[in-house]
Ligand binder design. Structure first.
Ligand SMILES: *Cc1c(COP(=O)(O)O)cnc(C)c1O
Length: 765
């Protein structure tokens, strides 16, 4: 770990720095000694407040040295005690050194002594001795921040071994033989290649066998995420889901699956040959996907679905349900009370699976207490085994594709690691990317070290943006003007008093679960019959709403479809996560900064100005106008929005979407058999116009709302006509508004007679 110390600067704070006395002289001497003799870098600071700013803005400090003496004439507002306390709250292990010049150890409280690592006397010790001690502390600390796998990887890569094994580029050398390779090497930098190793390196353990430092890292993650076993999966949560299912489900087994599932669960059903019955999520009038009703989880309800299934043969209808799969939280941030769900499902399901791709952080904040799959067991642990899939890369900090699979053993059924690993290996490469393993190791360590603090910051920032937006919306509304709003409670009850959301204390909103729990008494969310204490909104998932639709679903005379706003934001380099008809989703994550939030609000206000001024589209979306002048030239932003709004309104697009998702089409083939028709080449592309009474071989997932409208093997018959109608409306919309093509997985587009037509792979008739 060469040059390591230099990269972990020492923060040296003293009110005496600039003075002309002996203390100040010695402090400056200490700084010089640290930099020259010890090769540390030093950040001097004159006040505790400034030093705290430095500390809060960077996590790369190697040590904090603080002068315990405050000069008498000082105007310092913050005292060393308070300074030390904040630092310790946010970093449990960084060395903190007190510099004193009197024998005042007896004045130091136990509380302070507990929080510091060392107490050095400014005057009694020699400067080289002081600098040496500090340098040692920095060195020990900067080694300790490396979690088990990452630490070993760095050590190995630095040894510069002369290797004769894969990967063929051998630490990057292979790239240097040809210009494109050189460009690649220079772009990524040496370390990426030196730590890209093959599995023939025994020091680094084995991912497939979970041995050595990889095992240490996975075990550490299991502890951090409250699991009994944790597996690192380098091919995303898509693969996690398949591993989980393949480990427990046999062909012909009954599975109980959230219709609001990611497509990887459909593939899990395909590869296992499961026979699915579905949970049906609610939606609100805006089209936002809500929770499955609690009543659907009762044994009676599940039994009724199985009895009604056309796929499950009579002889199997009394079989147990092998696996359930529930998406938690939903894309929009609806999180279930898992304790409640477990109580119902454990009565009839053998394995519970929670897909928490967007939700790996939940266990690190009390905000989400009881609302995540690995929620610590209550007293009676009679539940079945629980599996959780988490895309560490989505909202925590890992390389793309790096995910975790967590297992909680059942009260009586333990998941045997050797047996489970067969499924794990079936989906893994025998050449894992070590940098990705390291990223999972590091993501874990970051959350262990200060996950709670980071989560509190993220939630606090989201709350701040929520309050700010709500208060802007209130200000504009008071003037009879419009603005965007957020999908969140309009009012909050605190101590029996109702107050506007934006007047509620930020502290209350960012530390308490109550304001986020949905109830039927205050129907801001728009979901019917919400059960008490059943779901909450995740404060960090920000759904902005645009004008045009009332809470009860009534389309208003004027409106602004969200896709226009998000296109506008994109042209300002702000990319949102998801666009619905009259709402769009932004995510707060570890990467969000305050500056980003200010930029977003500024852009939304700018949109408002351009909308109110009806600024010509030529200025706003020049490329769109250039590509489709017939449709858009000479139009202003407001007229453009209004035309699209009127189209959505007069064609009742939201109503049609709603109706389409009320239907679960008849199942003709199980997902596996539908896929087998693809293997047999017994499939063909069929235009939407000809699709009535056909069976798609693949799932079709329109965004919005992002849940499957029909699965492979289900028939688009008369009962499913609302699905056809909705897809047809989408097709017409795209022809009316080119440049606003929405994403529909499972649909391809082909130009026919000057029109865009949808087509889908169907089983041959
Ligand atoms: C993204 C996602 C997945 C797949 O995760 P990857 O890590 O991208 O493979 C699975 N389930 C849900 C609910 C998702 O949103």
């Amino acid at each position: 770990m060469r040059d390591e110390k230099k990269q972990w600067p020492v923060l040296l704070v003293s009110g005496q720095f600039g003075m002309e006395n002996d203390d100040a002289f010695r402090l400056r001497e200490l700084a010089a000694e640290l930099e020259q003799a010890q090769e540390c870098s030093v950040i001097p600071s004159n006040s505790y407040e400034d030093a705290l700013e430095v500390f809060l803005s960077r996590a790369d400090l190697g040590c904090v040295i603080t002068d315990w003496d405050i000069p008498e004439e000082s105007a310092e507002k913050m005292y060393p005690e308070a300074f030390v306390k904040v630092i310790r709250q946010r970093n449990r292990t960084i060395p903190i050194v007190l510099l004193t010049d009197r024998l005042e150890t007896e004045n130091l409280t136990a509380e302070i002594l507990e929080q510091i690592d060392s107490c050095l006397w400014k005057t009694a010790d020699t400067i080289p001795f002081l600098a040496g001690r500090i340098s040692d502390l920095v060195e020990t600390y900067c080694r300790s921040v490396f979690p088990p796998f990452f630490g070993e990887l760095v050590k190995y890569a630095e040894k510069y071994k002369y290797a004769w094994h894969t990967p063929g580029h051998l630490g990057g050398q292979g790239f240097l033989r040809s210009p494109a390779g050189v460009a690649f090497y220079k772009y990524f930098g040496e370390n990426v290649f030196r730590s890209d190793l093959s599995i023939s390196v025994p020091e680094l353990g084995s991912l497939l066998d979970h041995e050595g430092v990889v095992r240490d890292a996975e075990r550490n993650s299991a502890r951090a995420f409250h699991a009994d076993q944790t597996y690192y999966v380098l091919n995303g949560t898509s693969t996690v889901n398949q591993i989980v299912w393949r480990s427990q489900v046999l062909p012909g087994d009954i599975a109980f699956v959230d219709r609001n599932c990611h497509k990887s669960l459909n593939y899990a059903m395909v590869i296992t040959g499961a026979l699915p019955v579905y949970m049906i999520p609610r939606r609100n009038r805006r089209g936002i996907i809500g929770p499955v009703r609690l009543s659907e989880f009762t044994p009676e309800s599940i039994r009724a679905k199985i009895d009604a299934s056309t796929l499950i043969p009579d002889g199997r209808k009394s079989n147990a349900v092998r696996m359930s799969a529930l998406t938690n939280s939903t894309y929009d941030g609806v999180c279930y009370n898992v304790v409640t769900i477990k109580k119902q499902l454990e009565r009839s399901v053998e394995n519970l699976h929670f897909d928490e791709a967007w939700y790996a952080y939940a266990c690190f904040s009390p905000m989400y207490r009881n609302h995540y799959g690995m929620t610590p067991d209550e007293v009676e642990a009679g539940h079945p085994p629980i599996f959780c899939s988490q895309s560490t890369h989505k909202l925590l900090t890992a390389f793309s594709q790096a995910s975790m699979l967590h297992i909680r053993n059942g009260g009586t059924v333990r998941i045997d690691p050797a047996e489970f690993n067969e499924s794990y290996m079936m989906h893994g490469s025998t050449s894992p990317q070590y940098n990705m393993i390291a990223s999972l190791d590091v993501a874990t360590r970051m959350m262990q070290d200060n996950g709670e603090v980071m989560m509190q910051d993220i939630i606090g920032e989201a709350v701040q943006l929520r309050r700010k937006t709500a208060s802007l919306a209130r200000e504009f509304a008071a003037k009879g003007d419009w603005f965007f709003d957020l999908w969140q409670p309009r009012q909050i009850t605190i101590d029996g008093r109702r107050i506007d959301f934006c007047d509620a204390p930020a502290e209350y909103l960012s530390t308490r679960q109550e304001p986020w729990i949905m109830s039927s008494a205050d129907n801001w969310h728009g979901f019917e019959g919400i059960e008490e204490n059943y779901v909450m909104l995740d404060p960090i998932k920000l759904t902005f709403t645009t004008p045009g639709i009332a809470d009860d679903g009534t389309m208003q005379p004027t409106g602004i479809p969200a896709s226009i706003v998000t296109n506008y934001l994109i042209s300002h380099n702000i990319v949102c996560e998801k666009t619905d008809y009259y709402s769009f989703l932004m995510l707060n994550s570890l990467g969000t900064t305050r500056a980003k939030q200010g930029t977003l609000l500024a852009a939304l206000l700018q949109f408002k100005r351009d909308y109110d001024n009806n600024t010509p589209l030529e200025e706003i979306f020049p490329e769109l106008v250039a590509a489709h002048p017939v449709q858009y030239a000479g139009t202003g932003l407001r007229d453009h929005a209004q035309r699209m709004h009127e189209y959505l309104k007069s064609h009742d697009v939201l109503g049609k979407m709603q109706a389409a998702f009320e239907v679960i089409p008849d199942q003709k083939l199980k997902p596996a058999d539908a896929y087998h028709e693809v293997v047999r080449r017994n499939v063909e592309f069929v235009f939407l116009d000809d699709m009535m009474n056909r069976i798609p071989a693949v799932m079709m997932v329109p965004y919005p709302p992002g849940i499957p409208i029909i699965m492979g093997g289900e028939i688009l018959n008369e009962k499913a006509r609302p699905i056809f109608d909705y897809l047809k409306t989408r097709e017409e919309f795209e022809n009316e508004f080119p440049g606003y093509e929405g994403d529909i997985h499972g649909v391809e587009r082909e130009a026919k007679d000057g029109r865009t037509c949808f087509k889908t792979m169907c089983i041959k008739a």
